[in-house]
Design a protein around this ligand. Sequence first.
Ligand code: ADP
Ligand code: MG
Length: 1001
Amino acid sequence: MSVLFCDLVASTALNEAIGDEAMFALLAQYQDLCRKIVAAEGGYVAKFMGDGMLAYFGFPGAMKNSAGSAVSAALSIIEAVAGLVAPGGTALCASAGVATGWMVVGDANTGPDARETLAIGGTVNMAARLRAATRPGTVAVGDAVCRRLDPGGFARRFLGLHSFKGFGNPVAVWAISRDRSTPALPDFVGREGAMATLDAIWHAVQAGQVRAVEIVAPGGFGKTTLARRHLARVANDHEIFEIRGMSHRRDESLGCLKVFVQHLAGITAAMDGAAQRDRLAAFAPEGARDGLALLLGIETEPVAPLVRQARIAQALGGLMQAMIGAGRAVLFVEDAHWIDPETWALLDGLPAALQDQAVLLIATRRPEGAPLWPGRAAVIDLATLPEAEAEAMLDRIDRGGDLPPDIRAGIVRRAQGVPLYLEHIARAVLERPDTQSVAALPDTMIEALLERFDRTRESLPLVEAAAVLGPVVRVDVLAQMLGQQVGPVSDQIAALVGRGLFTQDNAGAVTFEHALVRDAVLETLLTAQRVALHARALAGWEAVAPDELAADAATAARHLLGAARPAEAIPHLVGVAKRAIQTGALGEAMASLTTALGALDDVPAGAARDHLEMIIRFFVGSTLVQTRGFADAAVNAAYQRALDLCLAHAGGSETEFQIIWGIWAHMLVVGETATAARMSARMDAIVRDLPALAVLASSAHGVNAFTFGALDAQERDWAQTDAAYDIAQHGLQAITYLMDARELALLFRIHGRYIAGDLPGWRAAMAEAAAHEARLGLPFLAPYIRVFGTAPHCYAAPGPEVRPALEAAVGLAHDLGQPFWMLSGSLWLAAEKVRREGHAAALPDQQAVVAMCHATGLRLTMAYHEALLARSLAETGQHDAAATMIAQSRAAIAGGQDRLYLAEVLRQEAEIMRLARPRETAAVTDLLEAARGVSARAGSRAWGALIAGSQARLIAQRDGAGVAAGWLEQALAALALPGSADHPAFGRARQMLAATAMGVD
Ligand SMILES: Nc1ncnc2c1ncn2[C@@H]1O[C@H](COP(=O)(O)OP(=O)(O)O)[C@@H](O)[C@H]1O
Ligand SMILES: [Mg+2]
């Protein structure tokens, strides 16, 4: 049985407006019509609660299709209510929910007259919740009812997934209307082979499998027509989700999915942010809401780029699965050659993700586009129409049989089997006053189109302006361009829609009937005309919708470029890129910047041009940092060029600081520490005028001090950073600088305090870094924080196992698309492997990851890892390779990198020498003594402890274990800072003496 629940929309407000008496009369009228309709459909009204009504179908007597009757009754009630008018002329509106299922019905009162029926179970609840979820004037149903409805009688529209209180899983909700009568396509001809293939595929889908198919052909061959025809034949009881590639949005990251979601959720550009959020909340399930808000750009909380991308992908994946997984759904990807790469990547995985579901994925694509589902999709290559089919098509266009045979033959010949050409050439002739004249048939589609547009007086100027305005035509802007009123322009467009030259969708958007029609018009324009029209388009926008234009940098840029005003276009293109970088759409950012660089060629040389180029190069650098990491040479090249241009003119701005910061980070990571120091000095100079940036400058100083091995200086810089830092003021700098000043200082402090042998300081820094990370809540920093913060544990055993933490960090970096942190994490994982499993087991990993670091230019902390690798080589008897590797490590330090590792590198060199030439203890002793001196001067007491361990081992060989143990305790006592006796390096030193164990030493 089925339950229908319906009520009047906004009845409380209505009651207040018209008063109790009028309301009472109105309700009587309403209840009366409800009763009549329900009875007519064979249902039974269980009760009224004011304007609410609960009715059962299939009770008391059984009923064959109770769901169909209930929905039919609901629709009739809605229609009838729309006919009621309240006093004061207020139109009335009802909405309804229908649910179906089993329930226990009992008579609370056994008397046959006043029977109060109790329905128990979720079904009544569900009907009420569905009612609450739907839009005014519609009836909402869940999946179960949807499945029971006669596909011929009703049309459905997906309203989103809703989480209902008391129902565990989100429910797919559909709005039902009376059948819109499947658009008949009686004019379709031929294509039997393709149809047979499509039918076979559909058959497999019906058998419960996912199938993908691509229809491939040049424009105008009939791809869209074929796909629609097929779907209308087989899938008219299915929801068809259509994602449309658009030529003007092919660089816009997820642009077509944005439109897709807006359409599904009923969101329009005219709504303000709050209204859009409301619509989205009604449409999207809880879990997908935030991700979809990010996609639509209506989020309330700022989110870091890479996280944003991951969240959007997750939400879309969930939405797609849920929509299609609800059954009886088809995904139609129209014009796949115009789909942007990010959308592409999401669609790519669908056949695998939907493996065992009965879903059809169907796409149309021009041959120049790449296959959407390579290897997974059947491909239908659509050829031109054979002559007989072209004739048949012409029959259907020329229904009256007005065309004489020779003209028909001429049209078919000129169309060359391309349906779109045939259509327009034939229509051009049919629209002539005299269809009999053989003279001058249009030779091409362009000629035919020009003739057709020219037929009505003012069409051609209108069409030319529209073509320049864009694939989607805004009528108000167009009217402004033409210097006319909106009314007459709309009328002309309506006439063009009627003649099949333009189309207008349900939402009122006007487009050229076919992309090739617009292309054809554009082709006929002279350059000067085009430039002038772009200028008018721009002026039109500015006059009609200046705010929308300001918010739509891509459109402004397109028209400025078209109007030959590149210097004005470039800031807009950079604006597009900036916004794309902020939203993690790095492909889109790069595409826009590349266009901007191209536009630069047309800007005359001079200070203004230099400034434009500087900004472009800077954002190229910022984009590359995220895709390739700070170490990449292209990052440096972009930043250096930006800096040159910046310094050639004024400099001293925040822009210069940002450029300098980028170069500093690059130099640090590739081990050019002297240059990095010069960059920090420049930061200091800029900061004098821009004090908000001082905190970044001091944290950079601290990092420099660390690489120089100046641990005390690092502590002073840390104190400065900590004092200057204010999360409210500086917390979002990370989005621009890709690092938070305080977090950066803390991460290096974790290493610094460890190496300094300062156990309480180390612990405090670790705790504070974790707490600060939580406060920042910028997940894109997480891999870096986890990798670099955990790493000091790898310096020496004993200590907790950190492999799971590092692996998780690498996994996160992978998910967020941060190759740099994947590499860095792998480096420390190799060190951890040495610690846990010994040198021999870890060697292959160490070699692989060190080689990768070389290939990518990553140098920071590499002196340490190379020394550790050298040691593993020596431990496995590869003494020559070990000697080469340790020499490389020392050379790097001599060249200015990683000085704080020098003592440890020297100690490893001594150990390597001991392994290679066990008898030459004097040289080993000398090296250890040199290492001790270095660590004493640098204050690196952790290294000092390890050196003492190595020295004690030599003493044990010479003077016995007892003497060595006594010596070691004295040495360690002299090194230990207060509260630091349990430092892992000290424990390791004792262990080294106790046994020649494997592990890091
Ligand atoms: N098989 C066909 N039968 C009748 N008309 C067709 C057929 N194929 C295409 N057409 C007509 O040709 C025009 C172009 O077809 P369309 O499907 O839009 O091409 P494409 O999607 O390949 O660019 C349409 O207006 C359509 O009416
Ligand atoms: Mg098409």
